[in-house]
Unconditional design. Structure first.
Length: 94
């Protein structure tokens, strides 16, 4: 990360205090912890949006599993009857 930019963030006083306490406890700077938290959040959100887009594309192409089939499968799983998850009748592209 050679090109770093500065970002100012307003934090509630209690959160700022918690961040300072944590930074001290793990011998890291508050900036380091904030950077890691932001990286994790952004990565998680990007992955979620990608999965959502893939799911929407599958739904638009008709690659879905009927709700009743999933309910039966889950009911069987709850009763200890382990079997493969139901699959779409249309082939998934991956």
């Amino acid at each position: 990360m050679s090109d770093m930019l500065t970002l100012s963030v307003r934090l509630p006083a209690d959160l700022a205090g918690r961040l300072a306490t944590l930074a001290s406890a793990v011998d890291r700077t508050k900036s380091h912890l904030a950077l890691r938290a932001i990286e994790e959040y952004v990565t998680t959100e990007e992955e979620f949006l990608l999965a959502l887009a893939e799911g929407e594309a599958d739904a638009a192409a008709g690659r879905m599993v009927d709700h009743k089939r999933v309910q039966r499968w889950l009911g069987d799983m709850i009763q200890g009857k382990v079997r493969p998850a139901p699959q779409s009748k249309k082939r998934l592209r991956r």
